[in-house]
Design a protein. Sequence first.
Length: 358
Amino acid sequence: MKTLNRILLILSVLVPALHAAAAELPPVIRFGVAQPATGNPPSFSGSSVAIAHAKGWIEDEFKGSPVKIEWLFFKGAGPAVNEALSNRQLDFAFQGDLPAIVAKAAGLKTKLILATGVRANIYLAVPPDSTIRSVEDLRGKRVSIFKGTNSQLPINRVLEAHGLSEKDVRAINLDNATALAALSTRDLDGAFGGIDLLRLREKGAAKIAYTSKGGSPVFTRQSHVLVTEAFAERYPEATQRVVNAIVRTAKWASDEANREEVLRLWARAGTPYEHWVEDYAGEPLKVRINPQFDPFLTARYKDAVEQAYKFKLTRAKFDAEKWIDRRFLDAALKNFKLEGFWPVFDANGKLGRGSDSL
């Protein structure tokens, strides 16, 4: 009986302490974004995270608490985010698959907790009077590729599908802004990039020779939100609340009734509204703002791990499935009764059986 009483006494002290630790909130949550912020107020684009930032919905999630949300933007995209993560300057990050894979393979302890901004299209722009008509025509040409970002691997897949590799072109590593300038001054024969290349086309400074739009989704770019393992372990409640806020945002942004507002909010970051309309034409918002790591996206990350190793971008491989931590997303989907709200695609990008969400 005395032993039992001692155990009960210990539990009476430990259980409240454990609950208090689980409910502990950090004084600040630092959120890194692998894009530069533009405009006034500063904004970015192409994801549910960008919408949450513009609307202040993550801040609203912590209203009434002492938690402060800090947003840090990186012109150097994913590689710059990795440096900040390795220096313990960030807790969460929105970035693409390749840079996160490079960091994970190098030992950075992170967990993927939800997807956003998936299936982003690749574009190839060339000077308006260029004789380049297709990807095959790039052999031996000066072509910009923003290496280390989530565009590098799908660009490599595009090249490979057209009988080329990076070695067959004169690949030049330029960030997006520098590539736009270099193409305008004809210091490049072509530039691979995203939707921002449409701006050069509208100015008459370039034409689009290729786009992944309408083609296989394996040639598109994938992005996610990750959290450091240290933060998720110490602050599980805060991690869940961040995920809750982004999932609620994704639900709102996936509603076709909000399409115009979504695209106009993204346009505040510099890409014209009309270009977002063009890029998203014929594609449900639910597809691109889907937070789930379904079989398609999981397969893309597994393939990216293999491709990064194959192209000697990493020195090690790891299990992408174990890297994905679905606990927080699953809890949010269950809590908000959103199980089945977003479509599920098979590994090849085809709508899965029984998925009628579109």
